[in-house]
Design a protein around this ligand. Structure first.
Ligand SMILES: NC(=O)c1ccc[n+]([C@@H]2O[C@H](COP(=O)([O-])OP(=O)(O)OC[C@H]3O[C@@H](n4cnc5c(N)ncnc54)[C@H](OP(=O)(O)O)[C@@H]3O)[C@@H](O)[C@H]2O)c1
Length: 445
């Protein structure tokens, strides 16, 4: 095998130009880590041949014809950083059929078609690595498949979307409204002009599907993720949570036990003392529970040209090592468990924060508490504040653990009480106990 490894790049945008930068600037380290193999970019697929680009890539290598990358016998490894789903899928399939190894940063593709592409890579004895597809620069996938390979992962909770974490940080620390936080994120380039995939939680859901596959060998489809975005989050919810000792984060959660697997993305209250509560701005973090190791946390930049390119090039190094050892194959194709059983709502237990507006009248408290008693759920924290110039009071409480189905019933029962004006919001609570700020007595009697 030649010491020159031929690389074909599909895309030369934000991540692609970061890859070129790292290959240029870390050449010595890369040579050492790959056992002196040199990497050679041999073709670069772009859309626009005339566009001015960063980095020193010989313009003669640019092509708009994908076959010139996918069918070139001098290319050993195809790096897909063009994004999108359908074209990227077709190109990767073609490259695999031509026995080329693949590194991709494409979470949309890997969440939707990961199982089939990994199976194809396996059949073709090719590598297909995708570290950059989850949490950008954080080496979370390799940590699951290598660092924690000996353990049994039971739960992963993560902040895996930088846009929403930036917005929630600003809403919490600077009391910005949702719209103000979104505008600021867009001005700074942390949010796209169409932020739907981020704020609706879809981007995070894609990453959690990938994490569940690697952490649990579970085949969870995107539409099986319990999904709630952050568009309905208000400054009031955040402020009430803070008074109870919690910080609101958009959390991706994947958990398994005897009942099955659950994957969700939703705004969740985390105790202020929990490490995830101090993950601010556009940063990402994934908290992993393993049966043997206990709790570990992986933290870092979840996106950006160089952080993401670091993950891509690390995958490239890994593939090159396998090529040189003659052991290349899709070793992280830990074939997803065909029999993945999803937990039912009655088996998904959590604490919940519930905020409501109640009429400040005699007997209101008793009626509210009777809903919890009749549903056999107690609550562990509660605050109440009068609302200015109304007969209403704002009540926020945190329940003890209850099932998701029971929460639905409690919400419906509360909403039907004559003393309850509206159930304003409810959020899952994760991350253990909090140091409770002084608990206020309920004024409703
Ligand atoms: N940006 C991040 O921080 C980040 C983080 C993690 C993962 N990712 C993933 O990495 C991938 C790339 O993201 P990016 O931010 O680098 O995207 P980008 O800046 O938009 O770059 C995309 C590149 O692909 C080329 N391209 C796109 N469609 C093409 C097509 N049909 N034919 C030929 N060339 C095509 C574009 O060519 P032109 O330059 O000629 O337009 C451009 O060079 C995506 O899957 C993304 O989800 C990105």
């Amino acid at each position: 095998m030649s010491d020159k490894i031929g690389i074909g790049l599909l895309g030369l945008g934000t991540v692609g130009s970061g890859i070129i930068h790292i290959l240029e600037h870390h050449k010595k380290e890369l040579m050492a880590k790959t056992g002196a193999a040199d990497v050679d970019i041999r073709r670069v697929l772009v859309r626009d041949l005339e566009k001015q680009r960063d980095g020193h890539v010989n313009r003669d290598l640019y092509t708009t014809r994908a076959e010139e990358v996918l069918e070139d016998p001098n290319i050993d490894l195809v790096v897909e950083v063009m994004g999108g789903v359908e074209e990227a899928r077709q190109y990767i399939e073609k490259a695999l059929k031509n026995r080329k190894h693949i590194v991709t940063a494409n979470k949309d593709l890997m969440a939707l078609h990961g199982d089939e592409l990994l199976a194809l890579a396996d059949r073709q004895n090719c590598e297909l690595l995708y570290e950059a597809s989850v949490a950008g620069g954080i080496p979370i996938l390799r940590s699951l498949t290598e660092g924690l390979a000996s353990d049994r992962i039971t739960k992963m909770i993560g902040i895996v979307n930088g846009t929403t974490n930036y917005m929630l940080t600003k809403m919490t620390q600077e009391e910005l409204s949702y719209d103000e936080a979104l505008q600021q994120a867009q001005e700074l380039g942390f949010a796209e002009s169409d932020p739907t995939a981020d704020v609706e939680g879809l981007d995070a859901a894609r990453k959690m599907v990938i994490l569940a596959r690697l952490g649990f060998y579970a085949s969870v489809q995107l539409d099986e993720v319990h999904l709630k975005g952050m568009t309905a989050v208000t400054a009031e919810d955040i402020a009430f949570g803070q008074q109870l000792g919690y910080t609101l984060k958009l959390i991706g959660l994947a958990e398994r036990n005897e009942e099955g697997v659950e994957v969700s993305v939703e705004p969740v209250f985390i105790p202020d003392s929990h490490p995830l509560a101090s993950v601010h701005d556009e940063y990402n973090a994934v908290y992993v529970y393993g049966e043997a190791v206990g709790e570990t946390m992986f933290y870092g930049p979840g996106a950006g040209s160089l952080p993401t390119a670091t993950a891509v090039v690390s995958d490239v190094v890994s593939v090159i090592r396998q090529i040189r050892l003659g052991t290349a194959k899709a070793e992280v194709n830990l074939s997803a468990d065909e029999e993945t059983v999803l937990k039912k709502d009655e088996d998904i237990y959590a604490k919940y924060f519930i905020r409501l507006h109640a009429h400040d009248v005699a007997g209101a408290f008793k009626k509210i508490t009777s809903v919890f008693t009749s549903n056999k759920v107690s609550f562990e924290k509660l605050i109440q504040l009068p609302l200015d110039s109304t007969d209403l009071a704002e009540v926020a409480m945190v329940t003890h653990e209850t099932s998701r189905s029971s929460l639905e019933k409690i919400s419906d029962d509360l909403a039907s009480l004559d003393v309850v004006e509206t159930v304003k919001s409810r959020y899952r609570v994760e991350g253990g106990e909090v140091d409770v700020p002084e608990q206020r007595d309920l004024a409703l009697v």
